[in-house]
Design a protein around this ligand. Structure first.
Ligand SMILES: Nc1nc2c(ncn2[C@@H]2O[C@H](COP(=O)(O)OP(=O)(O)O)[C@@H](O)[C@H]2O)c(=O)[nH]1
Ligand SMILES: [Mg+2]
Ligand SMILES: [Zn+2]
Length: 305
């Protein structure tokens, strides 16, 4: 009989996985069969390969949560699993794209994952325009934490988000300092700053994600920088698209099934137009609704062969 092992996926390099088993050993693994996908944070059941080369992941245990994106082929794809917290990182430099930030928040909210905003590189100073945006986020219920991986400022506030049992992931654009923050929190982690690459069978493979243990059952996942993030259509809350403000304002709309785009008597649009709700966040909602329609149309029956 083949030996069965349970473990956690602690790193992914494409379909190459690193699994940590109960006894603490870290073993190379690969999903067994094309249909199976495992991501960082997953708990998996494995079989030891016949020649003791790589483990075969034969089952991904039910996920408590998952962050889903739409990949370049228009398909839904899990990014990380079993998160209890999503840390959306941005910085004064590179110039933040808050629409990307909002799409992460929407995906987290739809998945039941608590999100927080991490403003790194506070040593560079926060422009008043950025502070104004942060005030709007706070009003919407999203806490933000300014810190600096460089100076160490604000790190305690970040640690406060990583209490016992937390599984958190750092996500955001390339160059905002996600890996630098991991290195600050865990100097011994040896995490790579800058391009995360690893030599795999003679090729450079971009690391998708890497999990680091913080003690007390808490762990932090570092993820590669992205240029953009599109949530998976099916994973978005159909009513609110994951916008807490819409959840709060929608009961005031005339129509029950209001999409908050152009219906008369829309309390959401009115709030944005009158300045009660931050106009940029509303614009972000509108963009996400249009993106969702485009993505749904692209995977609809018309395009299927
Ligand atoms: N000034 C400043 N630079 C930082 C800070 N954190 C990271 N950096 C720099 O930003 C660049 C990108 O950092 P990295 O951690 O690789 O970003 P990642 O792509 O989000 O993982 C590196 O040159 C870091 O030295 C910070 O708090 N302040
Ligand atoms: Mg990095
Ligand atoms: Zn409405």
């Amino acid at each position: 009989m083949q030996q069965m092992l349970f473990g956690q996926v602690i790193a992914t390099f494409g379909r190459h996985l690193l699994v940590r088993t109960a006894d603490g050993s870290e073993l190379k693994a690969r999903p067994f069969g094309r249909a199976l996908t495992a991501v960082c944070g997953d708990e998996v059941r494995c079989q030891v390969g016949a020649h003791h080369e790589e483990l075969h992941v034969v089952e991904v245990l039910p996920r408590r949560t998952a962050l889903w994106r739409t990949n370049l082929r228009g398909k839904a794809e899990a990014v990380v699993a079993n998160l209890t917290r999503l840390l959306v990182v941005f910085a004064p430099l590179p110039a933040p794209d808050l629409f990307v930030v909002d799409r992460y928040l929407a995906a987290a909210d739809s998945a039941g994952i608590a999100a927080a905003l991490i403003v790194n590189k506070s040593d560079l100073g926060l422009a008043p325009s950025l502070t104004a945006e942060l005030t709007a986020y706070a009003a919407a219920g999203y806490g933000w934490h300014a810190c600096s991986a460089e100076s160490g400022a604000g790190l305690d506030s970040l640690r406060g988000l990583l209490g016992p049992g937390t599984l958190a992931a750092l996500v955001g654009q390339s160059g905002v300092g996600k890996s630098s923050l991991v290195l600050r929190l865990l100097p011994a982690s040896g995490v790579a700053i800058g391009a995360l690459v690893r030599e795999e069978e003679g090729r450079h493979t971009t690391t998708a994600a890497r999990r680091f243990e913080l003690g007390d059952g808490a762990a932090l996942i570092d993820s590669p920088g992205v240029r953009d993030f599109a949530p998976a259509v099916a994973a978005l809350d159909a009513r609110t698209l994951g916008f807490t403000e819409v959840e709060r304002l929608a009961p005031g709309c005339r129509f029950n099934d209001c999409s908050h785009m152009r219906e008369p008597g829309c309390a959401v649009r009115t709030a944005a137009e009158s300045g009660t709700w931050h106009a940029r966040r509303y614009e972000s909602y509108r963009r996400l609704r249009r993106l969702r329609e485009e993505l749904s149309a692209a995977r609809g029956p018309a395009r299927r062969r």
